[in-house]
Design a protein around this ligand. Structure first.
Ligand code: PRT
Ligand code: ZN
Length: 213
């Protein structure tokens, strides 16, 4: 009998459905009742923890979960010590700078001395430092896109997928600063027994991915 591993997946949101779909495609059966925070597979040595995506890197770094599925944006922002095992090819998006669409833009110097609203202060801070731009980062946790229209910031840095949210809020994308997709992460120091179970899971995941290409 293999050692049981624990995987942290997003409870509900843009990562949840594809994360659970991938696990099901691996032939792993489990009951995922609404409101449940934990469940166990009936045919594979794995337990599921259903969490907010923000908490997944920390739980995996602390070893509360052995594996996790999270967006690279969240992973890099949280800056926790985990091992990235593989990109999963879903929940693709980008983190971009955007400004009111009527403003003229000639380059990153637009942001010099200005205030930028974001939920990603670390990724944005690193980017601005590398680009040599001094700007004030104003951290907000949601509805970042309304910040310019209420006078809170000159621009924003937020996740973009289709671009329609920016458009609806009268903003235009001016620079992409980070590309993201969902990744499988692991605690950096798994026991040999758990590592064996992880290998079995990876074998199945790779077979699923190969079958799709
Ligand atoms: O509740 P919890 O904390 O778990 O979830 P959450 O609300 O923080 O995250 P969620 O479920 O919205 O997103 C989870 C992950 O999906 C993100 O961390 C990204 O890695 C990825 N992802 C992919 C996205 C998007 N696409 C996306 N479009 N995350 C957010 N958005 C939002 C974005 O913030 C913006 O408001 O969608 C809007 C833009 O979309 P477009 O299509 O209008 O450009
Ligand atoms: Zn979140």
């Amino acid at each position: 009998m293999n050692q049981v591993i624990r995987i942290a997946v997003q409870k509900s949101g843009r990562l949840s459905e594809d994360s659970l779909k991938l696990i099901k495609e691996c032939g792993i059966k489990f009951y995922n009742g609404t409101g449940k925070l934990k469940s166990t597979s009936t045919n594979f040595p794995i337990e599921f923890l259903y969490l907010r995506d923000d908490d997944i890197p920390g739980y995996v770094a602390d070893g509360v979960a052995d594996l996790g599925i999270v967006g690279q944006n969240e992973l890099v922002e949280k800056d926790k010590e985990v091992q990235v095992i593989k990109p999963l090819g879903f929940s693709k998006c980008r983190l971009s700078l955007a400004i009111p669409k009527g403003e003229s833009y000639e380059g990153l110097s637009y942001f010099q001395g200005k205030r930028i609203a974001t939920s990603y202060p670390k990724i944005l801070g690193d980017f601005l430092r590398d680009a040599g731009i001094q700007a004030e980062i104003h951290e907000i946790s949601g509805s970042v896109e309304i910040a310019p229209s209420i006078g809170l910031a000159a621009g924003i840095c937020d996740i973009v997928s289709s671009g329609s949210t920016l458009m609806m809020n009268g903003l235009k994308e001016v620079a992409e600063i980070f590309k993201s997709e969902a990744v499988l992460i692991a605690h950096p120091d798994l026991s040999a027994e758990k590592q064996e179970t992880v290998e079995k899971l990876l074998f199945r995941m790779n077979a699923v991915q190969t079958g799709k290409n």
